[in-house]
Design a protein around this ligand. Structure first.
Ligand code: AMP
Length: 293
């Protein structure tokens, strides 16, 4: 495995692989089992795996945790080595010295959910992912369903802009009690860590309510009441159509649905989501929605 910080050096190395399938796994480091599952999927699907580790300043707002974001490069290198990664790409900076003049913009897909409170966040995400795609030129790129809005937007970016890359989603990896693994979980103290698990429990309660044919309003109410009981106030809690990410009007639909949440535990903002399978609806493609199979 090679750890490379220079763009030209990485491109020089990748030029050796003409016929091989290259998969890119973009990350911000502080790798955990969620990232590892993406790497393992990449290993299964491609010949060469590139993991990028870059804390992208363009996707952090002024009052967000850019400076404090956990950086654990030494441990990340060991984890990648153990998984048989071919290249770690760890650039110092991906932008021109005096700032970037031209980037990408996301339209309505970025207006709700996380985009509502994180102005410019998804523009920063698609811009850096576009830069990484241009540098690495992968045939495949793997992103986690954990960041479902991000995955949806990047799939739309690749499709809208006819990018020669297949963007593949990977299921969320969870702690034993259901909490979605996240680099930001390292910010939680013991009490907050216990509280945080109620986020995924609230989503599971929504899955249960939907399976029992409760209404959209009652389903949301059950989850909100659960969160309230544990002192968690959601920034958003929504049931959305999977493709448009627009709020669902009713659960009586054959369109795939997803429950999505963001909530602060202490000062740590956590996000999570799960598929919903209304009993009245035609079953979605199990590949899209394994929990509905
Ligand atoms: P990050 O380092 O947080 O930018 O995440 C890098 C990639 O890992 C993104 O595609 C995330 O969606 C994915 N990821 C983060 N946490 C998880 C998780 N618990 N399970 C699966 N994928 C994840």
């Amino acid at each position: 495995m090679k750890v490379i910080s220079s763009i030209t050096e990485l491109q020089h190395e990748l030029a050796n692989f003409d016929k091989e399938q290259v998969a890119l796994v973009p990350t911000m480091g502080c790798l955990h089992e969620g990232h590892i599952s993406l790497i393992q999927k990449a290993k299964r699907l491609a010949d060469i795996v590139v993991v990028s580790i870059y804390v992208n300043p363009l996707q952090f707002g002024a009052n967000e945790d850019l400076d404090n974001y956990p950086r654990t490069l030494e441990a990340d290198i060991v984890a990648c080595e153990n998984e048989g990664v071919d290249f770690i790409f760890h650039p110092q900076n991906l932008y021109p010295e005096h700032g970037i003049q031209v980037g990408l913009h996301v339209d309505s897909l970025s207006q709700g959910l996380c985009g509502a409170s994180r102005q410019g966040h998804f523009d920063g995400v698609v811009t850096v992912v576009n830069i990484l795609f241009n540098i690495v030129q992968p045939q495949l790129a793997i992103f986690g369903e954990k960041d479902f809005q991000q995955l949806t937007i990047i799939q739309r970016m690749a499709s809208d802009l006819h990018m020669p890359v297949e963007v593949i989603g990977a299921e969320t990896v969870r702690e034993e009690d259901g909490l979605a693994k996240s680099s930001r979980n390292t910010y939680l103290n013991a009490e907050q860590r216990t509280q945080a698990r109620e986020i995924s429990i609230a989503l599971s309660l929504m899955q249960q309510a939907v399976a029992e044919s409760l209404s959209l309003e009652d389903t949301l109410e059950i989850a909100l009441a659960h969160l309230k009981k544990f002192g968690i106030q959601a920034e958003y809690l929504e049931i959305c159509y999977t493709d448009s990410l627009q709020p669902a009007q009713s659960l009586d639909t054959d369109k795939p649905l997803r429950a999505l949440i963001a909530a602060k535990v202490g000062s740590t903002r956590l996000i999570d989501n799960m598929p919903l399978c209304p009993t009245s609806a035609a079953k979605p493609n199990p590949e899209d929605n394994p929990l509905c199979a």
